[in-house]
Design a protein around this ligand. Structure first.
Ligand SMILES: O=C(O)C(=O)C[C@]1(C(=O)O)C=C[C@@H](O)C=C1
Length: 394
């Protein structure tokens, strides 16, 4: 079928897509207005009951026009997540009036196209002010830039669903006075990126960051006899391949990043686990206040006294204060063999009475304890409705 036969239909689709965008922008404006009311009346951002009602109604209405419940649910999860994150960003900004900058200078690993670059773009797209990206070669350089006020923020990857914690970043946090002020998760979709038209069987050299090789180890084993070259960042791997312009070299990285270097993805979804996400933290020189209407997380670092059960005792304090721990990580203390620093993420706000009580009690039983930051939680768990409940009422 020629393009001209598709033309009229495509024109109508293009018009509809434009209308959908206009409607989505209008919906976003309305939810921002809702946020203003929530700020004024101290109402929590998230209202799961309202989300449930809305989804049930939409699933029912969708069915009437031939849209299946799964499709409608997925679509509105994305839309609702967007409104929740925007509202949270608005509330956080109001609670920290002095912290809004006309220019956000942000240090991150790599250059244009790295996963940290994409995460930086995503996080700051919801914040006021222009973005100035400062690509760095190492985590210590990133921290240094913020400590010396050459950057205002740093975006650092802290864990990945396939390869686990990024120890180097935890070790940097041990020695800095910077505070964690935000977090975000970003899907990591590794692709095989090439500069010239080629096929997988022709590839002899593969460039990537070591973390990426770890996350794609099954694919590498399948590839067989390919020379693997480790690079400082995903972006330097992509830059190298775009400069070489050969049909026997490839980089591992995201499709969006590769596009910035004129690279094409010839195979996608290369990570060992299908659901491959990285969690990033955002750090700054000054801590932020998180309004109580926004779900918060707090990250602590502590070392216990050397006696059996000391860590258990610390964790029981959290349980007794009804505080949910979302992550526990241990790292060696340099110069003190067999001693550990524990990094603990919990759901909770520093302003909350339970949290204050837990911290007071932890201080009594630990050798060292520091709050690395309290920040809005960006994990917006999708509200579930049983499709049956939506359909029963139809
Ligand atoms: O109705 C609200 O309270 C909103 O903030 C809007 C909205 C939505 O996007 O529909 C967003 C977040 C809430 O959890 C519920 C619904």
């Amino acid at each position: 079928m020629s393009d001209s036969a598709l033309g009229p239909l495509r024109e109508r689709i293009t018009t509809l897509d434009g209308q959908l965008l206009t409607l989505l922008a209008e919906r976003r404006r309305l939810t921002n207005e809702v946020a203003e009311t929530k700020i004024k009346h101290h109402i929590p951002v998230r209202d799961v009951k309202r989300e449930e009602q809305l989804l049930v109604r939409l699933i029912r209405e969708g069915q009437k026009v031939g849209l299946d419940p799964h499709y409608v649910t997925q679509l509105f999860h994305v839309i609702i997540e967007d409104s929740v994150l925007n509202q949270q960003a608005m509330l956080a900004e109001r609670a920290n009036p002095g912290s809004t900058l006309p220019l956000n200078r942000v240090a991150f690993l790599g250059d244009k196209g790295s996963y940290s670059y994409l995460a930086t773009q995503k996080y700051f797209s919801r914040r006021p002010g222009e973005l100035l990206e400062i690509g760095c070669q190492s985590f210590s350089e990133i921290i240094n830039k913020v400590e010396h006020a050459e950057a205002d923020y740093a975006v650092l990857p802290i864990e990945n669903t396939t390869s686990g914690s990024i120890n180097e970043v935890y070790d940097q946090l041990q020695h800095t006075q910077l505070s964690i002020i935000g977090e975000l998760t970003h899907p990591i979709k590794h692709c095989l990126l090439v500069a010239k038209s080629t096929s997988i069987s022709k590839i002899k050299t593969l460039y990537a960051h070591p973390q990426v090789f770890t996350q794609c180890s099954h694919f590498l084993a399948e590839l067989g006899n390919v020379e693997v070259k480790t690079m400082d960042s995903t972006s330097s791997a992509m830059l190298t391949v775009s400069e070489l312009q050969r049909d026997d070299v490839a980089a591992l990285g995201s499709e969006a990043g590769g596009n910035l270097y004129g690279l094409t993805a010839i195979k996608s979804n290369l990570a060992n686990q299908k659901e491959n996400h990285s969690r990033f933290i955002v750090v700054a020189r000054d801590p932020v206040v998180v309004p109580l209407q926004v779900p918060a997380k707090t990250t602590l670092v502590l070392s216990t006294v050397q006696k059996p059960g000391a860590l258990v005792e610390a964790l029981l304090i959290l349980r007794d204060n009804n505080i949910n721990m979302t992550k526990l990580e241990s790292r060696p203390i340099p110069g003190n063999p067999w001693e550990e620093m524990f990094y603990i993420d919990v759901d909770g706000n520093l302003k909350d009475g339970h949290m204050q009580n837990a911290l007071d009690n932890l201080r009594k039983i630990t050798r060292y304890i520091k709050v690395l930051g309290c920040y809005p939680s960006e994990e917006v768990s999708p509200t579930k409705v049983a499709a049956a409940s939506a359909l029963d009422q139809a």
